[in-house]
Write a protein that binds this ligand. Structure first.
Ligand code: DGL
Length: 284
């Protein structure tokens, strides 16, 4: 049997969610609210986090290994919840890898739905983005936004210290608030009308960010937007054969210590992380 035939056989009624670590659980949380009757497999590549500081080639290679793991587990559709992987690897995965390795399956990212949502807002003439260095340097958000609305002024800032602070459980510390203020000040001065949280971890600091930015600046919840867009996508693509399940299963995989993953992961997800295992996804 060829590899392609085997892969086709192995496709199951499962949606995969991939992130470089725990952050994607902030997205899955919204999937579970909006689309609770589907089967999900979550993979967090915590052993190799942060992706945000890595080169485009490394981000692509790591993402391909992660996607391959999820397809082998039977996922028909994978959402790359990680902004860094969405901005640096998604297009290449869709164009080069998917057509030969898994032509009957799909991979979606998070940048397009969030950019579409923001670009649709009335009376918005400027928007800010915060994200990892790799996400901001890729200019993926900037490119999507200007395609959707060429009149939109886009201001971007990389905020690399936020992920380690959140991973360290320092979200509520005054030091984190101080760093946030320093990062957000240039965007406040530029009088943006909305701020995109362009990183899976940042919804965890959304309340603090909203406080600093003030009432006039909208800070949409990316998970909500991505979940609504996934619901719409599933409605438009019945040919994928993804359907609701009577006996829903959720599985979680991490490439690093599951004890650590569970500790913060349950806070991110807002519920228990059952069926959590450690996996090795890299060839080396
Ligand atoms: N998940 C990444 C993102 O959304 C943040 C963490 C990382 O740098 O790997 O960009």
């Amino acid at each position: 049997m060829s590899e392609l035939e085997y892969n086709k056989m192995a496709a199951k009624n499962i949606i995969g969610v991939f992130d470089s670590g725990l952050g994607g659980l902030t997205v899955l949380k919204h999937f579970l609210q909006v689309l609770p009757d589907y089967n999900y497999i979550y993979l967090g590549d915590s052993a190799r986090l942060p992706y945000g500081e890595k080169s485009p080639e490394t981000i692509y290679n790591y993402s391909r290994e992660a996607i391959d793991f999820l397809f082998r587990k039977g996922c028909k559709l994978i959402i790359i919840a990680c902004n860094t992987a969405s901005s640096q690897a998604l297009r290449r995965l869709q164009q080069e890898y998917l057509p030969t390795a898994y032509p009957d399956r799909r991979i979606l990212g998070v940048i397009r739905p969030v950019a579409e949502y923001v670009a649709r807002q009335d009376h918005l003439d400027s928007v800010g983005i915060i994200g990892t260095k790799a996400t901001i340097n890729s200019r993926a958000y900037q490119a999507e936004l200007s395609k959707l609305n060429p009149n939109l002024r886009v201001e971007a800032e990389s905020t690399p210290l936020l992920v380690p602070l959140i991973e360290e459980g320092w979200s509520a510390k005054p030091e984190t608030k101080m760093i946030l203020k320093k990062y957000l000040r240039p965007l406040k001065i530029k009088k943006i009308g909305a701020l995109i949280l362009g990183c899976t971890h940042y919804p965890f600091l959304r309340r603090e960010i909203k406080q600093i930015m003030g009432r006039r600046i909208a800070v949409p919840e990316p998970g909500e937007i991505i979940a609504a867009s996934l619901k719409e996508y599933l409605g438009r693509h019945p040919e994928l054969g993804l359907s609701i399940s009577d006996q829903v299963t959720h599985e979680y995989y991490t490439t690093d210590n599951p004890v650590l993953f569970r500790k913060l992961g349950e806070k991110f997800l807002g519920c228990h992380l059952d069926n959590l295992s450690q996996v090795k996804i890299s060839a080396t």
